[in-house]
Structures are given as structure tokens and as C-alpha cells.
Design a protein around this ligand. Sequence first.
Ligand code: ZN
Length: 321
Amino acid sequence: MAKWYIGIDLGGTFIKTCLMDGDGRSQAIIQRPTPVDKGGQAVLEAMGAGGLEVLAANGVPRGEVAGVGIGTPGPLDMAKGVVLSAPNIPGLGGLPMRDRVGQILGCRAVLENDANAAGFGEYVAGTGAGLASLVLVTIGTGIGSGIILDGQILHGANGVGGEVGHILVERDGELCGCGQRGCLERYCSATYLAQWAKTQVEQRRWKGPLADSLAAKGELDARDVNEARQAGDALAAEAWHRAICYLAMGCITLCRLLDPNVIAFAGGMTKAGDDLMKPLREQFLKMHWTFAAPRTQLTIAKLGGDAGAIGAAALARHVLA
Ligand SMILES: [Zn+2]
């Protein structure tokens, strides 16, 4: 009997579902809207329905599914298979997600933090394929991360390890949403990069492309900053450089602690492509120690928005086979 695996990536807007064959190849990915306004139970039912839909669309009987992996926003109680709270999806906290989705699909289920599931996907099927270790850093509103070492997701003793966005890069620095001061996220997420640029335009009474962009839109995002930088705006260049220097510091810390094969970057900020990666690699090399050559590759992740669903399916195949 053929064995199949399902991976579900639960997001605040979409539920993505991957069908994976027994050899670990992703055969199909579908998505449906997350019914956030209908309550937590409806979200669990929609997750199960997505699984049934991808099976039906590919002619796979429910009885041939060996396991389902679920990547979900957390924090989680992994032992109980329960999401403790998910700020973007009200009503989900405390519900038996693992057991209910497994029940709908008639198979065993495994629950994982969404950033870790995406990291696992990138590790098995993206830039980490065939390598021993990978760190996936997702830069958007905040900074998410998944650390995979020798095939294992790093969870830490208390389930809160591997939070790259909250390593400290400044003493008494900016206050982060997590309650610490000086977190990496607070200096180089797309949101905070733009916020810093906006504050500086106002404080310095700056004139030029960056100020023009702010005046036209009333707000700035990271892309505005990069475009102003390309137009020769010195403050935009400073904001961009500042964020990249902090990000490079974060990469150096990852290398010192973990020496990973790859640090892969995903999220909205990577749309900047070489405008992000080229100066990042330059700063990384500048900060790198000199007694051994830098070997860790800094690169843009391959799987994009599919990493979470693929990773969740791969995780099911890995732990439920
Ligand atoms: Zn923080």
C-alpha cells in the first residue's frame, strides 16, 4: 500500500496543504482561506477539509495517509498537541488541534511551530537539501526562525529555543514586543527598518526622495526605503546599511554558536534580492573572525511561501513513518 503524508501550514490568512508521497516528494499544494472570523473550531475543521480536498483532487484514499504534520503559530504545548494562543487567530487557544485534525484525516498527527516547520521544509527540500544544518530566517513584520541541526529541529529545554529575532544586539536598546530591549528584530525587520527611517526623516527634517515618499503615502515600508536609496537618498542608504549591519551581527552570532551550512532568508524583505544579500554578505565577511575562512553560505530560501506546508509534510514523514 502506498503511503502518503499531508502537511498543513496554518496562517492568519490562508491554510496551505501539501500532499507528499512516501519518497518525500511534494505532489500537490493547495490553499484555502483561514476562517478567522468563525472561531477556532471552524479553523480546525477547515484544516481537516483542506487535507481531504488535496487527497480527493489527487485520487488518494484517506486510508493510505500515514500521517499529517501541522505547522501553526504558537506558543504550543507539543506534548498535548495544543496551541496555547495565536494572536492572529482568535479562539484557537486550548483546542485539541493535533487530535482533531488527525481524527478528520484518519491518521496520526504531529504539531510544530510554523517557523520551525518552514525551516524543516527548506532544510529537506530547499537550500538545505543534502546538507547537515540550516537556519531559516524570515524577515517581514518581525523576524521568524527555524534552526535544523543534523535533521533535528532545535526546540530547547523549554520549547522556546531558536528565536533568532530575539538575540540581543544592543545593551539597553530599543524595546521589543517580547519585553526585552535590544533584540535583533527591533533593528532589522522590514517594519522596524521603515519605522526608523520615518523617525529620522521627521527628526532631521530630511529633504529628498525618502521624505517625498513619506509625504506622498503618510507611511514608509522597507521597499520605499530601498527605492529612495537607489534614487541616491543618503538617509535611506544609512537606514538600509544600519539594518544590514545588525542582520550581519545576527548571522555572526549564529555562526559562532551553530556553524550552520546555510543561513537562508525568506519573507518580504528578500524581495530586495541582491540589494539585501550583496551588502549583507559584505558586512558578514567584514565582521567575520580571521582565523578560519567563512564557510557558512548566506542565501535566499528556495521554497518561498510553500516551505511551511512542505516542511509540515516532511516532518510527518520524518516522525510518523
Ligand atoms: Zn524581542
